[in-house]
Design a protein. Structure first.
Length: 232
């Protein structure tokens, strides 16, 4: 159920029964040689629409830009907005919706840049954030224990959600262990890491089957986060 597809009167009627709104937050970010720049948008929109189906809560138009790693700046097509702009954008749109009767805003994102997540956090007591990738991976993946970037997990999810856009024949894999990548992840080093291909972890091991397990696990996780927020 999409807010933007409704008339204002439909939304007013919705607000008589429900006061929650899901706001997907994507980003325009390189995902290696094999996934499109809108990977995090496609994924978050899928999860938002499923969560809406399961709960009857409406989905607002996606925010298509987010905060990205400075080391990705020269990877063509990637772009980002500042931490302050992302916060102000969310505060600005939710301000109007709040005055119409919306009481809880659920920011849903599939993009894990730490400053992106920080920008979505602690905005207001009625704005909640769910990081849609916060699940267990170890039992499903072969060479990773956690989610990385355009990795075995993220690529498996893409293969399950939108196989036509995944170029498995173009995968260029060069893993940089988490400890070594940390300075780039936390925006301390803004240069491009040596031998960086834009992906981390082991995307060559991605399969649709792993993706299906992870997607279902994420949906379960989202539902439990949603119920927790509803009961607050
Ligand atoms: Zn991503």
């Amino acid at each position: 159920m999409y807010l933007a597809d409704m008339t204002w009167d439909d939304v007013r009627n919705y607000l008589k029964k429900e006061d929650c709104l899901i706001l997907p937050v994507g980003t325009c970010e390189q995902h290696g040689y094999h996934l499109p720049l809108n990977n995090d948008i496609l994924s978050v929109e899928y999860f938002a629409s499923k969560l809406s189906e399961l709960t009857g809560v409406m989905v607002a138009p996606t925010i298509n830009y987010g905060v990205n790693l400075p080391c990705d700046k020269l990877l063509s097509g990637t772009t980002g907005i500042t931490y302050d702009l992302l916060r102000n954008l969310i505060l600005s749109v939710t301000d109007w919706w709040r005055s119409q009767g919306f009481k809880k805003f659920i920011l849903l994102t599939f993009h894990g840049d730490p400053y992106h997540i920080k920008a979505l956090s602690d905005l207001a007591p009625d704005i909640f954030v769910i990081e849609a990738y916060e699940i267990e991976y170890q039992d499903v993946l072969e060479k990773q224990t956690t989610m990385r970037h355009a990795c075995e997990a993220e690529t498996s999810i893409a293969l399950y959600l939108y196989p036509d856009k995944v170029k498995m024949n173009c995968v260029k894999e060069y893993d940089i262990p988490f400890e070594k990548f940390k300075e780039y992840l936390y925006h301390e080093n803004t240069n491009q890491p040596e031998n960086y291909t834009g992906c981390l972890g082991f995307p060559s091991l991605a399969t649709k089957e792993k993706g299906e397990i992870l997607v279902n696990r994420i949906l379960e996780y989202l539902l439990s986060c949603f119920n927790e927020i509803k009961n607050k």
